[in-house]
Design a protein around this ligand. Structure first.
Ligand SMILES: [Zn+2]
Length: 413
């Protein structure tokens, strides 16, 4: 159960607990096996670059965030690596080599297949939920599933004030319009800036408040359009056609667009009771509680349970970066694709592996001192350690002690 840092220090000082793991910092009690635990749920805001995670406990006085993290994904690196591999294989096929029968029609994809770069995001999230489940008494999971709830919006008659900023439905509609109009002015195409919600058929001419009659416009266009009809305002034929096409185009089902989120929801629902929320709701909850924008704060505000959450200013998220486990390329290459010596056989040398976090105490010489950081190993036993100050080259394995075994992630507190 997450506890206050002061309490953790006290337990360690009195010898009542030992360090089990550094990232996330976990203690194990040595004297007793029981203790008070609060039911806690893990809340997730899945993103394409970063995923926010918050551990929220059900305390007596209400819900509060007890631990938070942000996981940085490596989708782009995976795509790059696969593109590189594909290029190498293509090059190899056109070389003068022994004939091999074609085997291009023997590939299958299982149903529910996702691109490796997307799957890595799903798997990073699953890894961290499972880890938290091992260290903390989890009772449930909340995930932001979609940006907005299409069904909720289509079924509800939007009344006069509800499209306005400030209500839950208003936030849902805002998210919907952002996607529908690609976060740009529907009339002049200006991107970003402050966009206003605007009626395509003016209200004075009988236009409704339904999402289908709403668009986003920059302040200038909104003011100039006033209560003109669409055809009277957009005199440029091309622009008018474009806008009409965009208006007619069915919005791809927001749930289907986000395949990674769907997969996460599918897999997580097999582990623990699951609550889902929408992006509009998250933003509504966060704005109402006057919290800043951050992935982990968004995570804490997901779903109905995010309506009232206490976030102490003392909480600092653990920054986790997915870095992978290295590659299995058997032949190194120079920049022209020619062989460049062989990589070392195996990955573990003197019980260390590249990516482990180690501490080295060097007693004398030029590199004397205590160095703590990520190790890069060599078969010779002369390692490099990357500390916060920089990389120290050529430290013997004899001085190194493992603090945290490499697990495919880099950490920063
Ligand atoms: Zn405009």
């Amino acid at each position: 159960m997450p506890c206050h840092p002061a309490r953790a220090r006290e337990l360690l000082r009195k010898g009542k607990a030992k360090v089990l793991r550094i990232f996330p910092f976990t203690l194990i009690l040595v004297e007793r096996e029981d203790g008070d635990v609060l039911p806690a749920s893990v809340k997730i805001d899945p993103g394409s670059k970063k995923t926010g995670i918050a551990l929220v406990a059900d305390a007596k006085r209400g819900k509060k965030v007890v631990w938070a993290a942000e996981v940085e994904h490596r989708g782009q690196q995976i795509k790059k690596a696969l593109d590189k591999r594909r290029a190498i294989r293509r090059g190899r096929r056109f070389r003068k080599t022994a004939y091999r029968t074609a085997r291009f029609l023997n590939r299958t994809r299982t149903s529910g297949w996702l691109a490796p770069s997307i799957m890595s995001r799903v798997e990073n999230t699953m890894t961290w939920v499972k880890r938290l489940q091992r260290f903390s008494p989890l009772s449930g999971i909340s995930v932001e599933r979609v940006k907005f709830d299409m069904q909720k919006m289509e079924n509800s008659e939007v009344s006069g004030v509800e499209y306005q900023w400030g209500t839950l439905n208003g936030y849902e509609i805002r998210e919907y319009l952002t996607v529908k109009w690609d976060n740009s002015c529907a009339y002049c195409g200006a991107k970003g800036g402050r966009l206003e919600i605007e009626h395509i058929i003016p209200k004075s001419k009988g236009g409704s408040n339904r999402p289908s009659n709403l668009s986003l416009a920059c302040h200038d266009c909104n003011r100039r359009k006033g209560n003109l009809a669409l055809e009277d305002f957009l005199t440029d034929k091309k622009r008018l056609e474009k806008m009409k096409a965009q208006l007619r185009a069915p919005l791809k089902d927001a749930a289907a667009v986000n395949s990674a989120r769907n997969k996460i929801v599918e897999l997580l629902s097999q582990i623990l009771p699951l609550e889902t929320g929408t992006g509009g709701q998250t933003k509504f909850n966060r704005t109402n509680q006057k919290y800043e924008k951050a992935h982990w704060i968004d995570a804490a505000c997901v779903g109905d349970s995010g309506e009232k959450v206490y976030i102490s200013e003392a909480i600092k998220p653990l920054l986790i970066k997915a870095v992978g486990h290295g590659d299995r390329q058997v032949q190194l290459m120079d920049k022209h694709g020619f062989p460049r010596g062989n990589p070392a056989k195996g990955k573990i040398f003197f019980r260390f592996k590249t990516g482990d976090i180690v501490a080295a105490f060097v007693s004398s010489g030029k590199k004397a001192g205590r160095h703590k950081g990520k190790v890069a190993v060599r078969a010779s036993g002369s390692f490099n350690i990357t500390t916060t100050q920089g990389t120290i080259q050529g430290i013997s394995h004899k001085y190194c002690k493992t603090l945290h075994k490499g697990d495919g992630y880099a950490y920063e507190v």
